[in-house]
Design a protein around this ligand. Structure first.
Ligand code: NAD
Length: 490
């Protein structure tokens, strides 16, 4: 840990000295107003750096830069865009440790996961880079009277608004396909964890991304974020965050008729039948809620277990939870680090009180760890019912609510009894049951006998209050591009 701490301090010193600036048209700039805000370390709540507090004026400048750059970037041949984006991927790999260490300190996420997240960021760039040369391709449709030629064009400058939980990986997942498709970007990262967004734009430009193609404006949702969603020159908003923020963004952007892609909250069920491989199911259910501090949109935060195995299964999950190391995010042994921010910690702790009040049993955790920082113990509520607040609201922490069910019908009813529909995890060795269940589950993404393993070409997104639209694979290009059709007479 000490070695990691001193290396991290080296990486961080530039932000401590110079702050986290905006990045507009290739220049590192403060907010025009001169205003800043502090980003805190969730480990000890001390300030890590001051951050430019952008507002509508900064957004305006960034959008003007993105608009200007669009004229050349959108016409840059796909092969050239591909080459640049591959170089960005290589540069991310070369600085993966710096990205991971910075992300750990800014978010509180454990190094064992953030190391992989940085590398996944590079993989995102590579994957979408390879699709750049064919991004405009379409099809020809012919009938007796007409030849229709369909192709795609980049949409224009787009806004990307990201949350604080795994900011680097998530941002690359949005930004890489936007750039590959020929769009230019204004990125507004979350105020709780702004540092790695600055690293990304610097890395990208050092690797050859032209000035103004990717711009960064830090600041709060209600000013910088809002201004970005309202800007008439921004053609689409890719947003990842809370469902109620999505509602606000939709209203804000309505007068300028933007395209949206929303990845929102979740209260994802993991459903375990008594015929499943229980050892693997215990591992996966625990991993999907206790990794990444449970601050993960696809976390399996509701554990639905068949009543015949409920007691044994929840006892085993409680055992896993009790043995998880909670500690400094840079300690290689840490699994659960501190939650992002005292405000968020307070929210998570409030659910411990709520669970007790509503009559759930606390089978593991349910308390804060230590006095300093935002550390909470991995928690399991048992004897819960699906109408309890802890079964309905997204807690976004290492907190799992276990509910028994009798049979398939009840499992399905409970799983779908939520406003959300992002992901669902099903554990059974009965193939016919898996087919029946996945046919009826209200979720955009389902995994059978597996935790969440992302396959980049597959669609990602939710139903109900969990989102609108899909990305991944070609879906990302459909979002960032306009499909146009030309009809010729025959
Ligand atoms: P949040 O909605 O509070 O903030 C997300 C971003 O939106 C931030 O950059 C914020 O500044 C900005 N914002 C806030 N108000 C705005 C406004 N009025 N106009 C424009 N921008 C505004 O979310 P959060 O607390 O940062 O992140 C946690 C949430 O993100 C959880 O609900 C989680 O489920 C969700 N999430 C979803 C996915 C997914 O893929 N579905 C992935 C990760 C996180």
């Amino acid at each position: 840990l000490n070695d990691n701490l001193s290396r991290a301090e080296g990486y961080l010193s530039r932000f401590r000295d110079g702050g986290v600036m905006n990045h507009i048209d290739g220049e590192s700039v403060p907010a025009a107003s001169g205003k800043t805000f502090e980003t805190l370390s969730p480990v000890d709540l001390k300030p890590l750096a001051s951050v430019a507090r952008g507002d509508a004026g900064d957004i305006d400048r960034a959008v003007a830069a993105a608009d200007k750059a669009f004229k050349t970037w959108s016409k840059t041949p796909g092969k050239e865009r591909r080459a640049i984006l591959i170089r960005v991927a290589e540069a991310i790999e070369a600085r993966a440790e710096e990205i991971a260490f910075t992300e750990c300190l800014d978010t509180g996420q454990a190094l064992r996961f953030m190391e992989k997240a940085a590398i996944r960021g590079a993989a995102n760039f590579r994957f979408f880079a390879d699709k750049a040369p064919g991004a405009e391709d379409g099809q020809a449709l012919r009938n007796a009277n007409q030849m229709n030629v369909t192709s795609r064009r980049p949409l224009g400058p787009v806004g990307v608004i990201t949350p604080w939980n795994t900011p680097f990986m998530l941002s690359t997942w949005k930004i890489a396909p936007a750039l590959a498709s020929g769009c230019t970007v204004v990125h507004k990262p979350a105020e709780f964890s702004p540092m790695t967004a600055k690293l990304l734009v610097e890395i990208a430009e050092e690797a050859g991304l032209p000035k103004g193609v990717l711009n960064l404006v830090n600041g709060f949702g209600e000013d910088a974020g809002k201004a970005l969603t309202e800007h008439p020159a921004i053609k689409a908003i890719a947003f990842v965050g809370e469902s109620r923020t999505g509602q606000m963004i939709m209203a804000q952007a309505a007068p300028t008729l933007k395209r949206f892609h929303f990845e929102l909250g979740g209260k994802n069920p993991v459903i375990v039948f008594d015929d499943a491989d229980l050892e693997r199911a215990v591992d996966a259910a625990s991993f999907m809620i206790y990794s990444l501090n449970g601050e993960r949109c696809t976390s399996s935060s509701r554990l639905l277990v068949q009543d015949s195995i409920y007691e044994d299964f929840t006892r085993r999950v409680a055992e896993v939870a009790n043995n998880i190391k909670v500690g400094h995010p840079l300690d290689p042994d840490t699994v659960v680090g501190p939650l992002i921010h005292p405000e968020h910690e307070e929210k998570v702790l409030s659910y411990f009180a709520k669970a007790r009040e509503e009559g759930a049993t606390i089978a593991a955790g349910g308390e804060k760890v230590g006095e300093e920082g935002c550390f909470v113990r991995p928690t399991l509520f048992t004897e819960a019912t699906n109408d309890m607040t802890v079964a309905q609201e997204e807690i976004f922490g290492p907190v799992l609510t276990a509910i028994p069910f009798k049979n398939e019908d009840e499992a399905l009813r409970l799983a779908n009894d939520t406003q959300y529909g992002l992901s669902a995890y099903l554990w059974t060795n009965d193939l016919n049951r898996a087919i029946r269940m996945t046919d009826e589950l209200e979720a955009g993404m389902m995994w059978v006998n597996s935790e969440n393993v992302r396959h980049l070409p597959a669609p990602f997104g939710g139903v109900k209050a969990s989102g609108i639209g899909r990305d991944g694979g070609d879906w990302s290009f459909d979002f960032y591009m306009e499909t146009v059709n030309v009809a010729f007479p025959r």
